[in-house]
Design a protein around this ligand. Structure first.
Ligand SMILES: *Cc1c(COP(=O)(O)O)cnc(C)c1O
Length: 458
């Protein structure tokens, strides 16, 4: 197919939807470092993890070797309600940019939760149900994960308790109502409902909260209540595994079109959409079959990859979670209230951290106002209103396409459009009013976060 005969949207047929997730770890020569027990400093065993997570999810978390894990039929049936998602050729954006580059995006916002997070929410809720549990607890930042999980729990008849970062709870009351409509209970975090929440509130009165802090509260509630487990919407290996559906569909669609992307771009919060989008492509790269340029894009206000340390750290502020070796700003780092709430996590997936450390991918940090400029350009040309998180990827894709305009190169650029921005209109309002700021932490701010890194001899 010649580059200009590519359809605006490419969908797989229902029977072409991948039937197994791809586990990138199977092809990594250097595996991601294991999670450690913060008490003993030893790798966590399945027995230690099962009080927190469902059994099957623990197996997936610890499985570094099985390349393909079949997707249970019940999950495939749920996926059919909103998948396959389209691979879109951004003809209109290309035209506005006057670039010879071919721009493609995989759109994951076509479900009520408005993001890719539903791909893992339904999987995690399914395994909890299968284990006979009553319910699950979780944290949510911007609210996309909490919404996705409430949808999945409503579908399966599971109880869902969500701790929502306080700033988002206040800024995004509509998100909260969507979750409640799906039957979830939503508590602003930090709260007085948990020991760790009380402790954080005593230490930092008036704090706007953070993902790390909400995680601590959700874990505490799961561990204390029989029949409950904790689920996490990003960072973990199991989440990247479930999100591989994004990349597998994308690769299958590209193969149908006879196109190979040169550059693959995704925004990076905890790393799940990026890890999922790149999975099969990175697999080829690791096996030496193909080469791709892969770019992670993060906010300059929360720059885990570009300014973080590659070290063992806690995933939560309360320091009750396992230690993960990742690019981190320190679990005590509370990022400025940037509007891309889904990217405000201090750490990063251990899989992506290892791949970045080993030189398989690049990372760049972008400032908030330049992200919204890209979002506006995209909305006005392609029509969709992008989520602020996704717009980080748009920014980098636009910048790469503009470079192609300089050099005349006809590169194929793929980015992940992870979601829609209908619940982010406060942020758009600030941008439209010209009062949006670009907060970038100083080196001293970051040093304070690094000073809290745990001492680990691993
Ligand atoms: C949560 C979220 C992200 C970031 O999370 P990752 O785990 O890094 O993918 C990006 N985009 C949207 C729309 C989100 O909801």
């Amino acid at each position: 197919m010649s580059a200009n005969n590519i359809p605006y949207k490419t969908y797989l047929e229902e029977n072409e939807i991948p039937k197994a997730w791809y586990n990138l770890r199977a092809d990594m020569k250097i595996k991601p470092a294991p999670l450690l027990n913060p008490g003993t400093g030893q790798p966590l065993t399945a027995e230690e993890l099962t009080p927190i997570f469902c059994e099957e999810l623990v197996r997936q978390e610890l499985d570094n070797d099985t390349a393909y894990i079949p997707i249970p039929q019940e999950i495939l049936d749920f996926y059919k309600m909103y998948r396959p998602s389209p691979l879109v050729r951004a003809y209109c954006l290309e035209k506005v940019l006057d670039t010879p580059a071919k721009i493609y995006y995989k759109f994951e916002g076509n479900n009520t939760s408005g993001s890719h997070k539903l791909n893992s929410a339904i999987a995690q809720a399914y395994y909890a149900k299968k284990q006979g549990l009553k319910g699950v607890t979780t944290e949510t930042g911007a609210g996309q994960w909490g919404t996705a999980l409430s949808m999945a729990c409503a579908y399966l008849g599971l109880d869902c308790k969500v701790f929502m970062v306080r700033i988002s709870y206040e800024q995004k009351p509509f998100r909260r109502e969507v979750m409640r409509t799906y039957g979830a209970s939503v508590t602003p975090s930090p709260s007085m409902e948990t020991e760790v929440g009380k402790k954080i509130l005593a230490e930092f009165p008036g704090t706007t909260g953070s993902l790390g802090c909400a995680i601590s509260e959700a874990v505490e509630v799961a561990v204390r209540n029989p029949g409950y487990r904790y689920v996490l919407g990003s960072v973990l290996n199991q989440v990247l595994l479930h999100q591989s559906i994004i990349g597998l569909e994308t690769k299958a669609a590209f193969d149908k079109l006879g196109v190979k992307p040169d550059i693959i771009i995704g925004c990076a919060g905890g790393g799940s959409n990026l890890g999922g989008l790149i999975a099969p492509f990175m697999g080829q790269k690791l096996r030496g079959e193909e080469d791709y340029r892969i770019i992670a894009v993060e906010p300059a206000s929360c720059p885990s990859f570009t300014r973080g340390r590659f070290a063992y750290d806690f995933c939560d502020t309360g320091m009750i979670c396992p230690l993960a070796k990742m690019y981190t700003l320190g679990s005590g780092f509370i990022p400025s209230p940037n509007h891309a709430g889904g990217l405000r996590f201090h750490g990063m997936s251990t899989i992506l951290s290892q791949l970045y450390h080993d030189g398989y991918m690049e990372a760049r940090a972008v400032e908030q106002t330049s992200v919204f400029e890209a979002a506006e350009l995209f909305a006005r040309s392609e029509g969709l209103l992008p989520a602020p998180e996704s717009s980080h990827a748009i920014r980098a894709a636009v910048d790469e396409a503009l470079k192609c305009r300089e050099t005349g190169e006809e590169k194929n650029i793929l980015f992940g459009l992870t979601g829609t921005g209908y619940f982010d209109l406060k942020a758009y309002e600030q941008f439209n009013d010209g009062v949006m700021t670009d907060y970038i932490p100083t080196d001293e701010d970051l040093e304070r976060g690094f000073a809290g890194l745990p001492q680990v001899n691993a």
